[in-house]
Design a protein around this ligand. Structure first.
Ligand SMILES: [Zn+2]
Length: 282
């Protein structure tokens, strides 16, 4: 039985501020903690019956997890040039997907720790068929298109509450209490990792009870960007319609195609933030 893990960093145990993930010396500490949280989930998944685990590193440059410290029973997708973004490597051969260290969406109802949607520099709001989504819900829909159900989430308490509104049946492990977007009441990482191990094991044990979450038919994305220059540059794609200075819309035949299209728009928008060729030495 194959289990896929989408790993992010903001919801990892010990993380309370963005500075911790950006200051070089601090960042090295949190790479170790991220790897340890992921290891707890791998151990739980295998104890629960998984025979293969693939982890996709999905934070920042997507190469945070320390491969030399990763559980030897797992494989790691690392590096950021990925057509399938946080889900590179996922296909219909997996029995379930787990989300480790994820975070709430930009502008969510609670001040979840370091909340954002995919790229804080450009995405203000993302809607799929009219519903506002964060990364976990979005990825769960894409996994659903492959017939893969969501099993487990870990992150701060406000994130878990937010995601359970859409995915009520997932098992969850709380890694900290959200105090503010840039503050948290922390517990010791080993305590959080014990919870991750236990809950991911329980989640995989009952994998047969879990159903994929699916959106059928044409999929329409609406993306609101932070700046009009970001929205405008995505209209280089003929499928993109500008519906207001900062908002775009496009429709694709299915969720996987739409996810890739969304990712293309976000890549363009990130690049357009300060002028598309500003940092290219050509
Ligand atoms: Zn992240």
């Amino acid at each position: 039985m194959k289990v896929f893990i989408s790993a992010d960093m903001e919801g990892i145990s010990g993380v309370a501020t963005n500075q911790q993930l950006k200051t070089p010396s601090e960042y090295q500490r949190f790479r170790k903690l991220m790897t340890a949280d992921v290891n707890a989930a791998i151990d739980g998944a295998i104890n629960g019956g998984a025979t293969e685990v693939v982890v996709a590193d999905g934070h920042g440059n997507m190469s945070n997890i320390l491969i030399e410290d990763l559980d030897t029973r797992a494989r790691l997708v690392s590096g950021s040039n990925r057509v399938m973004c946080q889900l590179e490597g996922l296909d219909d051969s997996f029995a379930g997907i787990m989300f480790v260290g994820h975070h709430g969406r930009e502008g969510g109802s609670d001040l979840t720790v370091i909340s954002h949607t995919l790229a804080g520099v450009c995405v203000n709001e993302m809607k799929v068929n009219g519903k506002i989504v964060g990364e976990t819900e979005l990825n769960a829909y894409v996994a659903g298109a492959f017939g893969v159900p969501p099993l487990f989430i870990s992150g701060d308490d406000a994130y878990i509450k937010e995601v359970k509104e859409t995915l009520p049946n997932v098992e969850s492990a709380i890694t900290k209490r959200a105090v503010d977007r840039f503050a948290a009441e922390l517990i010791h990482p080993e305590t959080a990792q014990d919870a991750i191990r236990q809950k991911s094991e329980a989640a995989v044990q009952k994998v047969k009870e879990q159903k994929p979450v699916t959106l059928n038919g044409p999929i329409t994305f609406e993306l609101e960007f932070k700046g009009p220059q970001q929205a405008k540059m995505t209209t280089t794609l003929p499928t993109v319609e500008l519906i207001s200075p900062k908002k775009i819309r496009f429709t694709c035949n299915d969720m996987v195609e739409a996810y890739k299209h969304m990712w293309a728009c976000v890549i363009i928008a990130i690049t357009a933030t300060n002028g598309v060729l500003g940092n290219v030495n050509a």
